[in-house]
Ligand binder design. Structure first.
Ligand code: SF4
Length: 335
């Protein structure tokens, strides 16, 4: 009679971003005898769309975990610092693995897997970083990295014979050809570029995020979500102005406006809506109205532009005299 560990199928939960490596991890582990499901994370900084598509193509169940509070806490104070922008990758990755580990325990899986490749990314995937991530995730021994497992210590499910270690790979370095070859082998054709899709890696987004963190803070999720849209200004007195770039952004700003915000929009010409979150000084309001007019379409309009100002339950109208020029406001735009 066969021993239990030869007949029992390992059940694993793989972090699935939708990128090629995360899809390959699932394929390799299935070849090594494991039953796989996926877990992915959602925040205002990255969406689970690619993971959903990949899970459907792989035919696996996907668990989507709201990661916003975790990510905001890390952006405020990342124990291992940031990457090239406001991306706390080492801690973000370790926290995702920790959350996946919690799900693993809750749902009775044997291990968590990732598509990491040793030395693929100089900062976050060197041997030391992989060790830091494993230790800080609290999953020591139950974190399987099937694409480079042959270069790492055997994990508990490998030692227990639940996963066939000989089927795991020994990839290392930045060359992508081995992954492309594996993609052909497994018939994977649809995958976004590595590290794509996370706004925290974009320097411009990082500047807007930092500005929000310093002035209004990151506790209001509504304001964090608005970072994905609109032009933004920080005026000399500290007033923030979020300016819509098209009709859909104008509508979204109007919808997001709360009792404590101020909304400014032109009434006599087509133009953008401005949301001033929280504190709005008289000088700030004057300048916000100037910005709204300067970005309005007044070419065929010879009069002075009227704007409406909505603050709480009160709506007033103001006439803003010409000229309407953008140049004075450009130094305050956060790009
Ligand atoms: S790229 Fe974004 S989602 Fe990925 S580890 Fe870095 S911060 Fe987290």
């Amino acid at each position: 009679m066969a021993c239990e560990h030869y007949t029992k199928k390992a059940r694993g939960l793989s972090l699935l971003s939708g990128g090629l490596d995360s899809q390959l991890a699932v394929c390799v582990l299935r070849d090594a005898g494991a039953e796989m499901e996926g877990v992915t994370f959602a925040t205002p900084f990255f969406a689970p769309d690619a993971a959903r598509k990949a899970a459907a193509a792989l035919g696996i169940t996907l668990h989507v975990v709201d990661f916003t509070d975790d990510e905001i806490a890390l952006v405020k104070a990342p124990p291992h610092g940031f990457g090239g922008a406001m991306n706390p990758c080492i801690d973000c990755h370790a926290t995702m693995i920790r959350r996946a580990g919690e799900l693993m325990t809750q749902l009775g899986y044997d291990f968590v897997a990732t598509g990491e490749v040793l030395n693929q990314r100089p900062m976050s995937q060197n041997r030391q970083s992989l060790g830091v991530v494993e230790r800080s995730s609290g999953l020591a021994g139950r974190l399987v990295r099937p694409l480079c497992a042959q270069l790492l210590e055997p994990t508990i499910p490998e030692q227990e014979g639940l996963i066939d270690r000989s089927k795991l790979l020994g990839l290392s370095g930045r060359r992508r050809e081995p992954q492309f070859e594996l993609a052909r082998k497994y018939g994977l054709t649809d995958y976004p570029s590595p590290a794509g899709g996370c706004k925290l890696t974009e320097k411009g987004f990082g500047r807007r995020l930092k500005d929000l963190m310093v002035h209004e803070g990151l506790d209001d999720r509504r304001l964090v979500e608005l970072l994905n849209m609109a032009r933004r200004f920080r005026l000399p007195d500290g007033t923030g102005v979020i300016l819509g770039r098209d009709a859909s952004e104008n509508a979204a700003l109007a919808k997001a406006c709360s009792e404590s915000d101020t909304l400014v929009a032109p009434v006599s010409v087509p133009g953008p809506t401005a949301l001033i979150p929280k504190v709005c000084t008289p000088e700030g309001l004057d300048q916000a109205a100037g910005i709204v007019c300067a970005w309005s379409r007044f070419d065929n309009f010879s009069g002075d532009i009227k704007v409406k100002v909505v603050a709480g339950a009160t709506t007033t109208e103001r006439t803003i005299p010409r000229p309407y020029v953008r140049d004075p406001f450009l130094p305050f735009q956060i790009t």
